[in-house]
Design a protein around this ligand. Structure first.
Ligand code: B12
Length: 207
């Protein structure tokens, strides 16, 4: 684990900010900094699973991450790969309020020229379907970080099928504990392990 990841796992707030500052000054890309922070958050999650950390520590780690993101957002890479006609809908599924990763993806997509429709967190299958129908977006990104919200991702895909929209939209899923097996279970088209992979899939779809 890198020094930054470890400092975040240990919730050493000031050290985290100091290390992030140093990295920015040394020209380290914001995406690499985010990847290190991600590793630190996985560390926090593991300590939570093992009972060493409590909910308050999870909340604190999220606060630190949000502060880091505020600093990194203006530095995020921008390109003109997409255009405003390239709509992407994104949201965290019903029952799940984790949004740090989703926000990073939305941000990076906007920076790449996509027109992002961010539905927020705890979004119902009906809302996703309605938005796909209304906007004609060809990509739908679903975020979920809880294994008990995976069935909700499947519900969204099933609801798209029922509404006759499944073949009109590519569904990408993401969120720390997701993987290829979860994708198969949900019936989504792609699993993206990080924001950059997600953006690259969107570029491929709209090229
Ligand atoms: C911070 C945090 C919280 C914060 C969230 C704050 C917020 N605003 O998001 C708070 C304190 C609210 C929280 C609450 C809970 N949490 Co929590 N949380 C975390 C933690 C530590 C970090 C998550 C995070 O932000 N990571 C950093 C971001 C950047 O990473 P990311 O989300 O994975 O996103 C990246 C990629 O996955 C990808 N991505 C993400 N989404 C998408 C979507 C698309 C379309 C694409 C393309 C890509 C993509 O791009 C991102 C950037 O590369 C994780 C630990 C972990 N291993 O992740 C636990 C974790 C997810 N939480 C967990 C749990 C159990 C809970 C609670 C149930 C705890 C409780 N007892 O109440 C509640 C549930 C609340 C709810 N209903 O949603 C468990 C889930 C276990 C499981 N597999 O089911 C974890 C894994 C911790 C653990 N190991 O036990 N949590």
């Amino acid at each position: 684990m890198s020094e930054l990841a470890k400092a975040l796992t240990d919730l050493e707030e000031n050290k985290v900010y100091q290390l992030v500052d140093e990295k920015i000054k040394n020209g380290v890309s914001p995406l690499d900094i985010i990847a290190e922070c991600n590793e630190g958050m996985v560390g926090v999650g593991n300590l939570f699973s093992s009972g060493e950390y409590f909910l308050s520590q999870l909340i604190f780690s999220a606060e630190i991450f949000k502060n880091i993101m505020q600093q990194l957002e203006p530095l995020m890479p921008k390109s003109d790969a997409g255009d405003s006609a390239s709509k992407v809908i994104i949201g965290t599924v019903k029952g799940d309020i984790h949004d740090i990763g989703k926000n990073i993806v939305a941000n990076l997509l906007r920076g790449s020229g996509f027109d992002v429709i961010d539905l927020g967190v705890d979004v119902s299958a009906e809302k996703f379907v309605e938005t796909v129908r209304e906007t004609g977006a060809r990509v739908l990104g679903l975020s979920a970080l809880l294994n008990f919200t995976y069935p909700e991702m499947k519900n969204v895909v099933d609801a798209l099928t029922e509404a006759g929209l499944r073949d009109k939209v590519t569904v990408i899923i993401g969120g720390a504990p997701c993987n290829e097996q979860v994708r198969e279970f949900t019936g989504a088209d792609y699993y993206a392990e990080d924001a950059v992979t997600g953006v690259n899939i969107c570029k491929k779809i709209y090229q």
